[in-house]
Design a protein around this ligand. Structure first.
Ligand SMILES: C[S@@+](CC[C@H](N)C(=O)[O-])C[C@H]1O[C@@H](n2cnc3c(N)ncnc32)[C@H](O)[C@@H]1O
Length: 303
């Protein structure tokens, strides 16, 4: 039977790979320059982790990787969640020019050289064709005869207890296929209570003995007093006494979510890399005096 064989660029520890595999796509390799992702990636997905920067990968290498892993008639797919901030070529290659490029340009270079049957790209929601890097990406797809569509989707509409808007782009050069986001059905919305209220209660300085991922960052004395003074279930720092307030917050209603608590009957705020620092967003537990834990954000239907 024909299958779709895929390589996931910027795979990290394999979130996108796992989703694609659950959807029936055979992702056989993930590429990321962060070596610490390897163990998690390979343990959770039956796929090989290639620890390289995309900057140092050629389209020829990717074509030969496909050749070694596909059977006659299989389709090929390249997926990638390319960060699109510009970077300088100095520091990434031993070249002395300073072309501003983005990792999206690198992903574009690989797709242009490999011409897979399918392309999937995820990115920040504000991306559109006014962004020159995204414009060049779309232009490359057009020039190679890809039909494509992109749309901002929110994870909350697909059974995840998190407000997470992301731009998704799907493209194919298979003539008989018409890919469309209209074919995706929304799922019933879930709340934080639905997905994490069953987890064992823990203290900020006392991780679970049953699960090494169920631990939250230790809070210093003032931050412990701050979270203890934040009303349970959705409270904000506006409830604090003056001595707990930061100077930069006094008299200003800025970044009101920072130091806030999540609420059981709502969604989590967007998980960022700093989610485990309770003050970096609304990441306080709804009722325990601690920040969020890796275990909860990696719980299915949370993130
Ligand atoms: C937003 S994360 C991707 C998340 C991942 N797709 C997932 O589903 O969990 C972006 C990833 O790009 C990787 N990255 C950044 N620069 C890179 C480069 N030059 N080559 C390869 N990977 C890179 C980072 O290590 C990070 O894991």
């Amino acid at each position: 039977m024909k299958s779709i064989k895929a390589i996931d660029f910027f795979s990290g520890a394999g979130g996108m790979t796992k989703g694609l595999q659950l959807a029936g796509i055979d992702v056989f390799a993930g590429v990321d320059f962060e070596p610490s992702c390897k163990d998690t990636y390979e343990k959770n997905n039956n796929a090989r982790f290639i620890n390289k920067s995309i900057v140092d990968i050629t389209a020829k290498e990717i074509k030969s990787l496909f050749k070694d892993n596909i059977s006659k008639g299989d389709y090929t797919m390249l997926a990638g969640c390319a960060p699109c901030q510009p970077y300088s070529m100095i520091n990434t290659r031993k070249k002395q020019d300073d072309d501003r490029k983005t990792l999206l340009d690198e992903f574009r270079r690989i797709i242009n050289g490999v011409k897979p049957h399918f392309v999937l790209m995820e990115n920040v929601s504000r991306l559109n064709e006014e962004n020159p890097y995204f414009f060049k990406f779309i232009d490359m797809l057009d020039k190679n005869g890809y039909k494509h569509e992109y749309k901002v989707l929110n994870a909350k509409d697909y059974g995840v207890a998190q407000n997470r808007k992301r731009l998704f782009l799907i493209a194919t050069r298979v003539k008989k296929l018409n890919l469309s986001f209209d074919n995706i059905k929304a799922k019933k919305q879930v709340t934080l209570k639905d997905v994490i209220s069953h987890l064992e209660p823990i203290k900020h300085n006392n991780p679970s003995k049953n699960d090494i991922l169920h631990k939250s960052k230790e809070l210093n004395d003032i931050n412990l007093r701050r979270i203890q003074s934040t009303p349970l279930n959705g409270g904000l720092r506006t409830a604090w006494s003056d001595e707990l307030k930061l100077n930069c917050h006094k008299n200003k209603q800025v970044f009101l979510d920072n130091y806030g608590r999540l609420a059981w009957d709502k969604l989590s705020s967007t998980i960022t890399t700093k989610f485990n620092q309770y003050y970096s967003g609304r990441f306080g537990h709804p009722e325990q005096d601690r920040g969020s834990v890796i275990n909860s954000v990696s719980t299915p239907n949370f993130s």
